[in-house]
Design a protein around this ligand. Structure first.
Ligand code: ADP
Ligand code: MG
Length: 152
């Protein structure tokens, strides 16, 4: 487990960027992002996308549940999921397809998904301390994230 503090959105993006760099060569990993509205889940994901080499602008997938991004050479993909409105999507949305699939999978509002989790995943909880200060708790479940975390 690793605890990191950020004091503005740029620092949160950088933290995501560092993790993105470390996960660059992973073929599949699921990252759960937990934290209240405005905690910085999407901001973190923007940095992570940058670290993966994605050039597209990452924004909130709230109304679409899932957005897919690719690196320019199409070698890596990021699936950005926001489950806040999952109940509205009914049974049409197949969460397990992404959890068991490929690419880097980031899940905002991961309530009720832990039962589906693979052996290896990363859980990041964001606590809002005040308007600009956030506390990130990064937890690794299985390899390879343990190794990745030691560098952050
Ligand atoms: P979420 O996806 O968790 O709802 P967002 O990333 O969309 O949150 O929004 C976070 C908001 O909080 C942004 O407006 C951002 O500028 C602001 N903010 C202030 N301090 C921080 C910080 N330390 N980390 C991330 N965002 C911050
Ligand atoms: Mg968000």
């Amino acid at each position: 487990m690793k605890v990191k503090e950020t004091n503005n959105a740029a620092e949160t993006k950088f933290l995501g960027y560092e993790l993105g760099l470390l996960l660059k060569d992973e073929s599949h990993i699921v990252i759960l992002l937990d934290g209240e509205l405005g905690a910085g889940k999407t901001t973190f994901t923007q940095g992570l996308a940058d670290g993966l080499g994605i050039k597209q602008i990452v924004n909130s997938p709230t109304f679409t549940i899932m957005k897919k991004y690719l690196t320019p050479d199409k070698s890596r993909s990021l699936y950005h999921l926001d489950l806040y409105r999952l109940h509205e999507a009914g049974s049409d949305f197949d969460l397990e397809e992404y959890i068991d699939g490929s690419g880097i999978v980031v899940i905002e509002w991961p309530f009720q998904v832990e039962e589906f989790m693979p052996k290896e995943y990363i859980k990041i909880s964001i606590k809002v301390e005040n308007e600009t200060k956030r506390i990130f708790t990064l937890e690794c479940f299985g390899y390879p994230c343990k190794k990745a975390m030691s560098f952050i």
